[in-house]
Design a protein around this ligand. Structure first.
Ligand code: 13P
Ligand code: SF4
Length: 323
């Protein structure tokens, strides 16, 4: 099968794996597209991506790319962030329904009312929120830079932190700053079983526990290292330990195993052994949908220019303050 031309309309796409990859490859060149992927994507998407990273890495990439089209293999708020930073580009997401509980559970109107109750507060929002919430924020942070950014804020200014209370509590402990939280949480990181983690710790006593700060406080207390997805990856590479119990979405194990074939990684299941530790939104994207969006140039991210401009300010502030 030859590669699909950008002019052809082929819907829906049904190819085998090799044909899919060849077609995506040909079309990304024709479209001058860059494929960005988060670590929680399925392994075959990670393997075909031009760049893989955490939310901070991916924002920087989206801000600086020379491509005309950005295909964002992640969730909606990530693709929206790319559009905020690069409005002249076409930003595609393979599945428009790839949401995020943190963003979905912080509606802009309710957030505005919450802010009105704390008029003197400086508003720090985790990047896992909608453009309309970013537009109401003074500063955006990611799990990679949240502590560092909060440490840079004037010590006499009270801080409102949204939408993830688990990340917020961790930032509060690390920075020593008192924060007021929006009560959001990630359904994936709230699902890990403490019982399963304790059993894994007993079975693998030399293993380090590494955790994402979106996990609940009682699990973070059991961790040897806490950080964003990129930092977890980096730490497992530099640590002397040979095995790791990984408290985050298991998609990241693909990179860990590839980069460190001699080390061992254990994922932690959800409560009752469920596989709900996999993010149901991230996993909506597939290679088929990736090809289809390159053919159709849809679904594309659009937003009101007034919201984009207001959301851009705290994003730029974050990029300027992050080293
Ligand atoms: P990172 O920025 O650490 O990759 O986190 C993104 C995310 O959605 C975690 O659930
Ligand atoms: Fe959102 Fe949680 Fe999925 Fe990350 S893992 S995208 S925070 S629902």
């Amino acid at each position: 099968m030859t590669a699909v031309s950008a002019q052809e309309t082929v819907s829906p796409v049904r190819f085998d794996g090799n044909e899919l990859r060849a077609s995506i490859d040909a079309l990304r060149k024709q479209r001058n597209a860059v494929i960005l992927a988060h670590y929680y994507q399925d392994p075959e998407i990670q393997d075909i991506a031009d760049f893989i990273g955490d939310s901070l890495d991916l924002s920087r990439k989206a801000a600086n790319t020379e491509a005309d089209v950005i295909v964002f293999c992640g969730v909606h708020f990530m693709a929206e962030t790319a559009k905020i930073l690069s409005p002249e580009k076409t930003v595609l997401i393979p599945d428009i329904d790839a949401g995020c509980t943190l963003a979905d559970d912080c509606p802009a109107e309710e957030f505005a009312a919450f802010r009105d109750q704390h008029p003197d507060h400086f508003v720090v929002s985790y990047i896992n929120c909608t453009a309309a919430v970013k537009a109401q924020s003074d500063l955006i942070c990611t799990s990679s830079n949240a502590v560092d950014l909060v440490n840079q804020l004037p010590s006499d200014r009270p801080i409102l932190f949204a939408p993830d209370r688990n990340l917020g509590r961790w930032v509060q402990r690390q920075s020593g700053r008192e924060l007021t939280f929006w009560p959001g949480r990630c359904l994936v990181h709230e699902t890990f079983s403490e019982e399963a983690l304790l059993k894994l710790k007993i079975l693998h006593q030399d293993a380090e526990v590494i955790a994402h700060p979106e996990c609940q406080e009682h699990l973070l207390e059991l961790a040897d290292f806490i950080g964003s997805t990129s930092k977890l990856l980096e730490h497992s590479e530099t640590s002397d330990a040979n095995s790791f119990i990984v408290l985050t979405e298991p998609g990241i194990l693909h990179q860990m195993i590839q980069r460190m074939p001699n080390k061992t990684f254990y994922e932690v299941p959800g409560i009752d052994g469920c596989s709900c530790n996999a993010c149901p939104y991230m996993r909506l994207n597939t290679l088929e949908k990736l090809l289809q969006c390159l053919i159709d140039l849809e679904p594309a991210i659009e937003m009101e220019e007034s919201i984009r401009l207001r959301a851009l300010k705290p994003m730029q502030k974050m990029l300027a303050m992050s080293n």
